[in-house]
Design a protein around this ligand. Structure first.
Ligand code: 13P
Length: 247
């Protein structure tokens, strides 16, 4: 039985005062959560958030990492650094990074491998654009993105978390229906099953305009194991309601 997982992705939001207030409210309400909970925060706030979440059930995560271990890579952040700040999770391959920074499938896979080597869990994002969906390419795109990862990781694939985030549903208020999401999750699950029995049990999160009023229907699907939450993770009441909707 896979434990469901709700992770917030704060993206480029936050402030020292705002983070303390948000996490104070989240911690006050998260006690009865059945699912695992994490927040993936901007790099400069990792130290603060690590302190605030110490000894709590909410894990700390980052939103990206360098593919390099160390060296002359100005502006990059190494997995060893994230590990020092208590990160348990690192998002890799978010569509915003694939689009804004031209991250390729191969680069994303290599980042996932780095994260695993450092003893953390990559949350690997896949998802199609609206144009790709309308051209009937959804399956081909998400499987191509996932295959790059499973090809490199092999048996280690069992140690990742996967997130299906249709690009057209991110920050648009337009969610994939529970059935649309489940359809893609089924495809992803089949590919994982072909890798190994252990990989078949990888948690597959759904992300893209998850809100308190649609979370329950999404999380009730057999192959949706929780959510990667953007905007709604910035409001304690919404984030807590989504956490409460997890099985
Ligand atoms: P929204 O929940 O704001 O649509 O963002 C989803 C997302 O990209 C999470 O990584």
């Amino acid at each position: 039985m896979r434990q469901q997982f709700v992770a917030g992705n704060w993206k480029m939001h936050g402030s020292l005062a705002g983070n303390a207030a948000l996490l104070g409210e989240v911690l006050a309400g998260v006690g009865s959560a059945r699912c695992e909970v994490a927040v993936c925060v901007p790099f400069p706030y990792l130290f603060q958030v690590q302190q605030l979440l110490q000894a709590s059930q909410v894990a700390v995560g980052a939103q990206d990492c360098s593919v390099h271990a160390s060296g002359a890579h100005t502006g990059e952040v190494a997995v060893s650094m994230l590990q020092e700040f208590g990160c348990r999770y690192v998002i890799v391959g978010h569509s915003e990074r694939r689009a804004d920074h031209h991250e390729s499938d191969v680069l994303v896979a290599a980042k996932a491998q780095r994260v695993l080597e450092a003893g953390m869990t990559p949350i690997v994002c896949v998802g199609e654009t609206l144009q790709e969906r309308e051209a009937g390419q959804t399956a081909a795109v998400v499987l191509r993105q996932l295959q790059a990862v499973t090809h490199l990781l092999g048996e280690q694939t069992a140690r990742i978390v996967l997130a299906y985030e249709p690009v057209w549903a991110i920050g648009t208020g337009r969610t994939a229906s529970a059935q649309q999401a489940q359809e893609v999750h089924t495809l992803l699950r089949e590919h994982l099953r072909a890798v190994s029995a252990a990989a078949a049990d990888v948690r597959i999160l759904y992300g893209g305009s998850v809100k308190p009023d649609n979370a329950q229907a999404l999380f009730a699907q057999p192959d949706i194991d929780g959510g990667l939450i953007g905007g709604a993770s910035l409001k304690a009441a919404d984030f807590l309601a989504i956490i409460a909707a997890a099985r």
